[in-house]
Design a protein around this ligand. Structure first.
Ligand SMILES: [Zn+2]
Length: 191
Protein backbone atom coordinates (compact mmCIF):
# COMPACT_ATOMS: atom_id res chain seq x y z
CA UNK A 1 0.00 0.00 0.00
CA UNK A 2 3.07 2.23 0.05
CA UNK A 3 2.51 5.76 1.20
CA UNK A 4 -0.92 5.02 2.70
CA UNK A 5 0.77 3.29 5.63
CA UNK A 6 2.21 6.68 6.61
CA UNK A 7 -1.26 8.06 7.27
CA UNK A 8 -1.83 7.57 10.98
CA UNK A 9 -3.93 10.51 12.07
CA UNK A 10 -6.67 12.45 10.36
CA UNK A 11 -5.29 15.70 8.88
CA UNK A 12 -8.63 17.37 9.58
CA UNK A 13 -9.50 16.38 13.18
CA UNK A 14 -6.49 14.44 14.48
CA UNK A 15 -8.37 11.19 15.25
CA UNK A 16 -6.72 7.85 14.34
CA UNK A 17 -7.43 6.82 10.74
CA UNK A 18 -8.82 3.40 9.85
CA UNK A 19 -7.10 1.48 7.06
CA UNK A 20 -9.92 -0.48 5.46
CA UNK A 21 -11.05 -0.76 1.89
CA UNK A 22 -10.53 2.97 1.81
CA UNK A 23 -8.56 5.04 4.26
CA UNK A 24 -11.01 7.00 6.36
CA UNK A 25 -11.57 8.87 9.60
CA UNK A 26 -14.48 7.45 11.65
CA UNK A 27 -14.55 10.63 13.78
CA UNK A 28 -15.19 13.24 11.09
CA UNK A 29 -15.92 11.17 7.98
CA UNK A 30 -12.93 12.26 5.89
CA UNK A 31 -12.04 9.75 3.17
CA UNK A 32 -8.50 9.81 1.81
CA UNK A 33 -8.17 8.34 -1.64
CA UNK A 34 -5.12 6.61 -2.98
CA UNK A 35 -3.60 7.41 -6.35
CA UNK A 36 -3.27 11.16 -6.12
CA UNK A 37 -3.48 12.93 -9.45
CA UNK A 38 -0.30 14.76 -10.45
CA UNK A 39 -0.71 18.43 -11.30
CA UNK A 40 1.57 21.31 -12.22
CA UNK A 41 0.91 24.99 -11.58
CA UNK A 42 2.77 28.10 -12.65
CA UNK A 43 3.80 31.15 -10.67
CA UNK A 44 3.86 33.45 -13.70
CA UNK A 45 6.00 36.49 -12.88
CA UNK A 46 6.48 39.63 -14.91
CA UNK A 47 8.29 42.72 -13.65
CA UNK A 48 7.46 42.10 -10.00
CA UNK A 49 3.88 40.99 -10.61
CA UNK A 50 2.28 37.57 -10.26
CA UNK A 51 -0.53 36.39 -12.54
CA UNK A 52 -3.46 34.92 -10.63
CA UNK A 53 -6.71 33.56 -11.95
CA UNK A 54 -10.00 34.08 -10.21
CA UNK A 55 -12.54 31.32 -9.69
CA UNK A 56 -16.03 32.14 -10.78
CA UNK A 57 -18.17 29.56 -9.01
CA UNK A 58 -19.01 28.60 -5.47
CA UNK A 59 -17.71 27.21 -3.18
CA UNK A 60 -14.41 28.72 -4.26
CA UNK A 61 -15.98 31.85 -5.67
CA UNK A 62 -13.68 34.83 -5.61
CA UNK A 63 -10.67 32.73 -4.63
CA UNK A 64 -7.32 33.30 -6.37
CA UNK A 65 -5.65 30.36 -8.07
CA UNK A 66 -2.56 29.64 -10.14
CA UNK A 67 -2.83 28.62 -13.79
CA UNK A 68 -2.14 24.91 -14.15
CA UNK A 69 -3.65 21.48 -14.48
CA UNK A 70 -3.05 17.77 -14.71
CA UNK A 71 0.27 16.30 -15.77
CA UNK A 72 -0.25 13.85 -18.64
CA UNK A 73 1.36 10.39 -18.52
CA UNK A 74 5.00 10.63 -19.66
CA UNK A 75 4.93 14.41 -19.34
CA UNK A 76 7.27 16.32 -17.02
CA UNK A 77 5.62 18.77 -14.62
CA UNK A 78 7.57 21.67 -16.15
CA UNK A 79 6.20 20.78 -19.60
CA UNK A 80 2.68 20.42 -18.21
CA UNK A 81 2.90 23.91 -16.69
CA UNK A 82 3.94 25.34 -20.08
CA UNK A 83 1.12 23.53 -21.87
CA UNK A 84 -1.54 24.50 -19.35
CA UNK A 85 -0.42 28.11 -19.38
CA UNK A 86 -0.76 28.18 -23.17
CA UNK A 87 -4.22 26.61 -22.99
CA UNK A 88 -5.49 28.92 -20.27
CA UNK A 89 -3.89 32.22 -21.25
CA UNK A 90 -2.50 31.86 -24.79
CA UNK A 91 1.05 32.60 -23.57
CA UNK A 92 3.74 30.71 -25.45
CA UNK A 93 6.70 30.29 -23.16
CA UNK A 94 9.88 28.31 -23.66
CA UNK A 95 11.35 25.82 -21.23
CA UNK A 96 14.23 28.16 -20.35
CA UNK A 97 11.68 30.56 -18.83
CA UNK A 98 10.47 27.81 -16.49
CA UNK A 99 12.16 27.21 -13.15
CA UNK A 100 12.75 23.76 -11.64
CA UNK A 101 10.04 21.84 -9.76
CA UNK A 102 11.12 23.01 -6.30
CA UNK A 103 7.71 23.42 -4.63
CA UNK A 104 5.95 20.13 -4.04
CA UNK A 105 2.73 19.68 -2.11
CA UNK A 106 -0.12 17.26 -1.58
CA UNK A 107 -3.61 18.65 -1.25
CA UNK A 108 -7.18 17.47 -1.05
CA UNK A 109 -10.39 19.35 -1.76
CA UNK A 110 -13.98 18.82 -2.75
CA UNK A 111 -14.99 19.95 -6.23
CA UNK A 112 -18.38 19.23 -7.75
CA UNK A 113 -19.23 16.98 -4.80
CA UNK A 114 -16.21 14.74 -5.33
CA UNK A 115 -13.13 14.62 -3.13
CA UNK A 116 -9.87 14.98 -5.02
CA UNK A 117 -6.32 14.22 -3.91
CA UNK A 118 -3.49 15.82 -5.84
CA UNK A 119 0.30 15.72 -5.86
CA UNK A 120 1.10 19.21 -6.96
CA UNK A 121 4.24 20.81 -8.32
CA UNK A 122 4.60 24.58 -8.56
CA UNK A 123 7.17 26.13 -10.90
CA UNK A 124 8.05 29.71 -11.74
CA UNK A 125 7.58 31.10 -15.26
CA UNK A 126 9.48 34.35 -15.77
CA UNK A 127 8.20 36.73 -18.38
CA UNK A 128 10.11 39.88 -17.38
CA UNK A 129 9.98 42.57 -20.03
CA UNK A 130 7.53 40.69 -22.26
CA UNK A 131 4.44 42.40 -23.64
CA UNK A 132 1.53 40.00 -23.35
CA UNK A 133 -2.10 39.91 -24.21
CA UNK A 134 -4.06 37.24 -22.42
CA UNK A 135 -5.96 35.06 -24.90
CA UNK A 136 -8.48 32.74 -23.30
CA UNK A 137 -9.87 31.24 -26.53
CA UNK A 138 -7.94 27.98 -26.06
CA UNK A 139 -9.60 27.17 -22.77
CA UNK A 140 -11.57 24.02 -22.32
CA UNK A 141 -15.26 24.48 -21.66
CA UNK A 142 -15.05 23.40 -18.03
CA UNK A 143 -12.22 25.87 -17.49
CA UNK A 144 -14.35 28.65 -18.97
CA UNK A 145 -17.10 27.84 -16.49
CA UNK A 146 -14.86 27.72 -13.45
CA UNK A 147 -12.70 30.80 -14.04
CA UNK A 148 -13.51 34.29 -15.00
CA UNK A 149 -10.37 36.25 -15.31
CA UNK A 150 -6.74 36.96 -14.62
CA UNK A 151 -5.11 39.73 -12.69
CA UNK A 152 -1.47 40.75 -12.31
CA UNK A 153 -0.80 41.22 -8.59
CA UNK A 154 2.28 42.98 -7.21
CA UNK A 155 4.16 40.22 -5.35
CA UNK A 156 4.31 42.35 -2.20
CA UNK A 157 0.53 42.70 -2.28
CA UNK A 158 0.03 38.92 -2.46
CA UNK A 159 2.33 38.50 0.55
CA UNK A 160 0.23 40.95 2.58
CA UNK A 161 -3.17 39.88 1.30
CA UNK A 162 -5.93 38.40 3.45
CA UNK A 163 -7.77 37.01 0.40
CA UNK A 164 -8.02 33.24 0.00
CA UNK A 165 -5.50 31.71 -2.40
CA UNK A 166 -4.81 28.25 -3.74
CA UNK A 167 -2.33 27.05 -2.50
CA UNK A 168 -3.65 28.29 0.83
CA UNK A 169 -0.22 29.24 2.12
CA UNK A 170 0.80 31.12 -1.03
CA UNK A 171 1.18 34.53 0.70
CA UNK A 172 3.23 32.95 3.49
CA UNK A 173 5.53 30.83 1.29
CA UNK A 174 5.93 33.04 -1.79
CA UNK A 175 8.86 35.15 -0.58
CA UNK A 176 10.94 32.15 0.48
CA UNK A 177 10.18 30.26 -2.72
CA UNK A 178 11.11 33.20 -4.96
CA UNK A 179 14.33 33.58 -2.95
CA UNK A 180 15.29 30.05 -4.03
CA UNK A 181 14.14 27.94 -1.11
CA UNK A 182 12.69 24.48 -1.73
CA UNK A 183 9.15 24.09 -0.41
CA UNK A 184 7.80 20.72 0.70
CA UNK A 185 4.25 20.89 1.99
CA UNK A 186 3.15 17.52 3.35
CA UNK A 187 -0.59 18.07 3.16
CA UNK A 188 -3.20 20.77 2.76
CA UNK A 189 -6.81 19.90 3.43
CA UNK A 190 -8.32 22.69 1.37
CA UNK A 191 -11.94 21.69 1.77
ZN1 LIG B 1 -11.16 13.26 11.11
Amino acid sequence: MGHRDDWVRCPRCGAPLVHGEELHCPACGLVIYDNPAPTASALVLRDGRLMLTRRARPPQEGMWDLPGGFVDPLELPEDAAVRELREESGFSVTRNQVGPARWRRRASFIHRRTRHLQDEVVVTVRLDGMRLAIDESHRLDYEREDYFGFRWWPVAKVVRSRDRFYPGRLPELLTAFLAGEDIDEPFELWS
